[in-house]
Design a binder for this molecule. Sequence first.
Ligand code: COI
Length: 337
Amino acid sequence: MKEIEWSKLGFGFSDVNCHLRFTWKDGVWDQGEFVKDPFITMHIGAACLHYGQECFEGMKAFRQKDGKIVIFRPDENGKRMYRTALRTVMPPVPVEMFIDAAKRVVKANEEYVPPYGTGGSMYIRPLLIGTGPQIGVAPAKEYTFIMMVMPVGAYYKGGLKPVRAVIFDDWDRAAPQGMGDVKVGGNYAASLFAHEKAKKEGWPVELYLDAKTHTHIEEFATSNFLGITKDGTYVTPDSHSVLPSVTNMTLRQIAADLGMKVEMRPIPFTELPSFAEIAACGTAVVVTPVWEITRGDQVIRVSDPDTCGPVLQKLYDQVQGIQYGVLPDTHNWCFEV
Ligand code: COI
């Protein structure tokens, strides 16, 4: 194993020992096998390549203070991938098989789980793809399910350092009755053009409004939206075209446990200036504060550009504390490997 500078890790792919690969054929999933080669050979007519029949997940494993390795809420990611598979007419991976695969692949790559105290974690990326050839538009007859892992650090440079966001009115992420609520690669493909433009013009992340009316907040390209009102209420959008984020679900529970009021409801764009703190939240980005949001000529300054707000800091400390085993896991969110 090559020496890794754990505290300098960014968010990206790196080679590990192996990934776990399963095949679905004639109506059944096989037992899965460890594969060292990170390349895949598939039919040039594979349904995932032509018609986007694919979906993925994102979760993390942590090395805790006492040395234990745990995966955070893999049951929820497994349930979400199950729903996504049904929506995209792929054979769902049973949740038990999903959790077991996650444990197997983390165990097989144990030495790549960053040490406690470095701020790193092991990112787990499950991938389900239609690999059978399909030239007429229809679901594939063969599928591959892959569970891959890699050690990662912060998604946005600087971790909890606040970022600026932009809203573009020219591009939408997901249609009202489309696939925004499931985790398909197409949702991210839909964001790439705007994302590259945003990055070039100085915004690390873009925020999407509802595609039909452009009046309500939906989510960031990479993650969910959450706002803290001036009276300390946790607010997050309720919309069919937003991905139900496991991190958002976790933070809502933590906020409620801390005695905060939690609201999941439509959030008009016009409400943005009234928030005391705003953040992007998700597995990869954890809690990333957003200090300013630009839409055309309008620049909404939410909070301090250099420091994370007190409520977001508390939510971040709580979730990371549970993940790294320094706070009690009262909801049994950590699955030991
Ligand atoms: C995650 O948070 O795990 C995701 O899948 C989002 C992706 C943009 C990195």
